[in-house]
Design a protein around this ligand. Structure first.
Ligand code: HEC
Length: 156
């Protein structure tokens, strides 16, 4: 094969691999796509309220979950076990990445979730890209709908 032919077929192959998923996703109507996303967010909500991620901490006789500190599904101001009030999570998905002074580094929303699972729940954090992580991210975005994107901004 001449070099030009090799290049042409490489470009054609690339165009095909890019075009196929696009065509496939166009076949799936937006209602079905919205349903998949809503289901992911709803699994995230379930996890937020009930999952201990393998942690065994208890507070007031109940297993510690995200909702123990971030009450009302994170939609209202939260409270730590020592009584200290913390902001809600209503705009959390809109203000990451941000600098975390306790960790001395810029963290993404995924890293913050892992930090809370480890430190708050004493659990095994979900891996980046895992189904659990994706569902939790989908949930946090669902409660932040309409919040202006503002990386580094203040929690509400
Ligand atoms: C023991 C209390 C506690 C638990 C349980 C907890 N968190 Fe947190 N969370 C905090 C505190 C305190 C902060 C404030 C920032 C920090 O200390 O890093 C925070 C901050 C966050 C933030 C960032 C808020 C913002 O806008 O800056 C997110 C997102 C978050 N938590 C998600 C979760 C999720 C998801 C879970 C469950 C897997 C969870 N947290 C469990 C205490 C907790």
């Amino acid at each position: 094969m001449k070099q030009a032919t090799i290049l042409t077929s490489a470009i054609a192959g690339l165009a095909l691999t890019l075009a196929l998923p696009a065509a496939a996703s166009m076949k799936m109507n937006s209602a079905a796509a919205g349903k998949m996303l809503a289901q992911s967010a709803s699994r995230g909500a379930e996890m937020f309220a009930h999952d201990t991620f393998g942690g065994h901490r208890r507070m007031h006789g109940a297993a510690v979950t995200c909702d123990t500190c971030h009450m009302g599904g994170g939609r209202v101001a939260g409270r730590l076990p020592n009584g200290k009030q913390i902001p809600s999570l209503v705009n959390a998905a809109a203000i990451f990445p941000r600098y975390n002074p306790n960790l001395h580094k810029v963290v993404t929303l995924e890293m913050q979730i892992q930090h809370c699972v480890k430190g708050g729940l004493g659990g095994q954090p979900p891996a980046f890209g895992s189904k659990a992580m994706v569902d939790m991210i989908a949930y946090l975005h669902s409660i932040a709908k309409g919040q202006p994107t503002d990386a580094g901004g203040m929690p509400k």
